[in-house]
Write a new protein. Sequence first.
Length: 131
Amino acid sequence: MSKKGKVGFLGGALVGLGLGFLFAPKKGEETRKELAEQISNLWDKVRSMDTDEIKAKFESKIKEIETGLKDLDKEKVLSIAKEKAGDLKSKTEELVKMAKEAGKPVVENAAVSIKKGLANVTRDVLNKLEK
């Protein structure tokens, strides 16, 4: 197998490992701790590699994953989701206002329906994240 093939395979394995941990039915804190341990073990293995090129690629990818893992906490995700929900609410309110100003009841009704549907969806998502 070529160097590129090995790097691609190992990179894919690393991504698969990370996704497996993230979607495992364990508490987030426990999963992140296990993943951090696995990353530490992988660091040890990568540092012992002979080929500088492969080592550099792995170190770069592991740093990206570590950074992503640190950013993956419930409070941060919830904060982002609330911000996005607020943005979407504003946009649907603008849509309803535009429909009213256009004087088209059918369009206005559709816009109001979209606004209500979005409110339900965002409420459900936020409730799930808050649990």
